[in-house]
Design a protein around this ligand. Sequence first.
Ligand SMILES: *Cc1c(COP(=O)(O)O)cnc(C)c1O
Length: 433
Amino acid sequence: MRYCSIRDRSVKVTFREAVSRGISSDMGLFMPERIPVMEPEFFRRLPGMTLPEIAFEVGLKYVGDEIPSGILMTICEEAFNFPVELRKISAGKQVLELFHGPTAAFKDFGARFMSRCIKYFSGIDDRRTVILVATSGDTGGAIASSFLGLEGIDVIILYPSGKVSKLQENQMTTLGQNITALEVEGTFDDCQTMTKSAFKKLETHGKIKLTSANSINIARLIPQSFYYFYAIGRAGSGQKVISVPGGNFGNLTGAIMAWKSGLHIEHFIASTNINKVVPEYLRTGVYSPHTSVQTIASAMDVGNPGNFERMLDIFDKDRDTMASKVSGFWFDDDQIRQHIREEYERSGYILDPHGAVASLGLESYFKDHPGSTGIFVATAHPAKFRETVEPVIGTTVALPNTLKGFLQGKKESIVMAPDYGCLEGFLKDKYSL
Ligand SMILES: *Cc1c(COP(=O)(O)O)cnc(C)c1O
């Protein structure tokens, strides 16, 4: 399997190069040359397969012989060593809970798979691998946790000061060891712009090997398709609509890739908060990115979604083709709060703000398509956003054990202006470039 830049299909690299470079030299995102199709026989076995088994078989198609299959199996077993839950909420409505990993958010899937691929490849290279990552909240913690203590690898996280929850901040700033947190006095978009510039300017530097861990990295994207196979395999009969809460839209892109591989998914719903660039594109055909607006579903506060181009690429860059398979809905903070309250009163199920957006998207679709059945994706444990959730439902949300440890610990971060020059100065200093 080769990987192409979506800006220029003639740029072709190996999986290893795509993983370690993150983004192509023409600044295009990498995509597999073609999305692999799984055999009918695989789909017959699917309902009985575990997530690591699915991950291995699907992953093998993407990785080919670049990682020995025994090592790939170990990577899948280690990366996905926590449960995925599919629960029924009400007639026709199921939730896919992706928050049972170590940081209680779905980014654990991508981060844990990618970190182990990078570790495998870095064993073949003698330069120091530096993971540079911009986060609006959850990515940072997931990346830090997945790389913590890995030899030969440093992690540098940029996050917007004051715009992440206390718990999210602790997950990035209290681990120490090979993890450094840069607290940027700006927005997530500033963080993303700074890291993009660093990749452009320092990519060819000989001393260190800069690697992106954002959702733009192909090794984070690929595993985000695995759990859709698992979910559809276990969801029972009936046509399935899937609603995904989107920020950079890597999670939805993963779902669309699974469908392209032959998985039966009836329709997709791109659900988001008032950062509604993708729903607006689907409605009007005009893509107009903007500065991100802060909401209570903060991991989705993205004004220029990184994976939009990839999604469009899968639909042959044609809006009508995309709109025939994907519907978009967006919701403001009041609607999100109200839905968390209503769902709790109706079924006792506690939604986090991101899962609530996806649940709202599914219900909006059901209104126009009565009799449909579907799954919405819950991407974070409600306890991660307890400041928002608890006042709304009027009760406390118990913290999962995985998160309790992060409540103690001393914050250590380096405050930085939202300016690329500062980031470059920091890197040059740290690595004597
Ligand atoms: C990152 C994140 C999202 C958005 O996922 P994308 O792949 O960027 O669209 C949604 N919910 C939570 C909790 C997240 O951390």
